[in-house]
Design a binder for this molecule. Structure first.
Ligand SMILES: NC(=O)c1ccc[n+]([C@@H]2O[C@H](COP(=O)([O-])OP(=O)(O)OC[C@H]3O[C@@H](n4cnc5c(N)ncnc54)[C@H](O)[C@@H]3O)[C@@H](O)[C@H]2O)c1
Length: 366
């Protein structure tokens, strides 16, 4: 499916400065040539969904015995699952000088990055992201996160890949809901940075869902916005916290939908909830709220929240890793380009504001 296209292997490069050294994101239209060039001291960790549509990738791998296939389920982002994969790596005689190459979305990335950071106290890894979300967001920033029971992403560290190769041809086979998930994360960066590409993307929303090769500049802009803050605050202690905009309220949507709503679409609703709270309890103007809502609603999932899940929603919020004491850690806004960090009591006022939001925008399954 991915045909070598000749010419230069790389069309654009973004360099990211990190505490572990500078690493690069390289845009390419020639991923097969890159895969062919890996030495025998490489083990590939590949999303099993890529097996059927991308048989040519397997033919390009020098030693196909050096592949581990993973099932990219949120339920598999666990230490137990990683332990099984480490055993498989050991059976393949992995050595400290080997490179692990992840090919897949954010789940395969988190699993491979986590394993690479632990194995022999750290082996080199590289990443070929195949989802829009992974290409436009998660591939940079160094995070490796695992889930523990119902607690999402509460384990992990910071261990960036040494190289990232982006080929947007992978987007051709991605289900539409996963494209929308990626758009959710891109919107979140564009809102935070007041990107000039915000309206261009939203005005061409339907066309982009069909003609995915147009995503390149939107991906590049998204990574450039993320680069600015991860270079200042790689370990997410201060400035980078702003990127949690939409995530606190979004994670809780993911959790009550049992991950039926993909991450970036949950973040889309999460941003709208953060904006609603900002309008109802703080200073966001109604006009600005409506303007942002009109953009976000284009990217909402069709999922309806079962009415009996509202209590579970507040329980999920109360377990967010950014909470301090009984306060909810989240990012609120005064408008596009103006986000701020808040710790707000998870009390009756907040709960009734959120319930009112779900009711008013008809997000319940009645
Ligand atoms: N480490 C980080 O910095 C970071 C940042 C954001 C999100 N994440 C994590 O990333 C995960 C979400 O990642 P994601 O949205 O990339 O989803 P994903 O990895 O779950 O992939 C989504 C679905 O698309 C399939 N898929 C992948 N590539 C495909 C392709 N080219 N064609 C067809 N199907 C394909 C997968 O098998 C899966 O079913 C979450 O676990 C989230 O917590 C990590």
């Amino acid at each position: 499916m991915l045909l070598p296209m000749g010419g230069s292997l790389m069309s654009e490069v973004i360099s990211i400065a990190s505490r572990s050294g500078t690493y690069q994101v390289l845009f390419t239209e020639n991923i097969l040539e890159i895969i062919k060039a890996y030495s025998n001291e490489t083990i590939f960790i590949i999303d099993e969904k890529l097996q059927a549509p991308y048989r040519d990738i397997y033919s390009a791998i020098r030693n196909p015995g050096r592949c581990i296939i993973v099932n990219a389920l949120e339920q598999n982002k666990t230490v137990n699952y990683c332990q099984q994969l480490i055993k498989a790596l050991v059976r393949l005689n992995v050595r400290k000088n080997y490179t692990l190459v992840a090919i897949g979305g954010g789940i395969v990335q988190d699993i491979t990055g986590f394993i690479a950071s632990m194995l022999f106290r750290g082996v080199r890894w590289q990443f070929i992201p195949t989802t829009l979300l992974a290409q436009a967001d998660s591939c940079i920033g160094s995070k490796t996160s695992m889930n523990l029971d119902e607690y999402k992403n509460i384990l992990g560290g910071f261990y960036p890949p040494s190289k990232i190769y982006i080929d947007i041809q992978f987007l051709d086979t991605l289900p539409t809901k996963e494209i929308k998930s990626g758009i959710g994360e891109i919107l979140h960066f564009y809102f935070i940075a007041n990107s000039p590409l915000l309206y261009e993307m939203i005005n061409n929303y339907e066309e982009l869902l069909l003609s995915r090769h147009h995503f390149k500049k939107f991906i590049s802009e998204s990574l450039s916005i993320k680069k600015e803050l991860i270079e200042i605050d790689e370990y997410d202690q201060k400035e980078r916290n702003i990127f949690n905009y939409g995530h606190t309220f979004g994670h809780a949507i993911e959790s009550i939908s049992n991950y039926e709503v993909p991450h970036g679409q949950a973040v889309t609703i999460g941003m709208d909830i953060a904006n609603y709270i900002s309008k109802s309890i703080y200073e966001l103007s109604i006009n600005e709220f409506n303007m942002m809502h009109d953009i976000l609603i284009k990217n909402f999932p069709s999922y309806q929240i079962p009415t009996d899940k509202i209590d579970d929603y507040f329980v999920a919020l109360s377990k967010d890793k950014k909470n301090i004491g009984k306060n909810l850690g989240c990012i609120l806004t005064d408008g596009i380009g103006s986000m701020w960090k808040a710790q707000i009591p998870l009390d009756g006022v907040l709960k009734s504001t959120i319930s009112e939001y779900f009711e008013y925008y008809d997000l319940f399954d009645k």
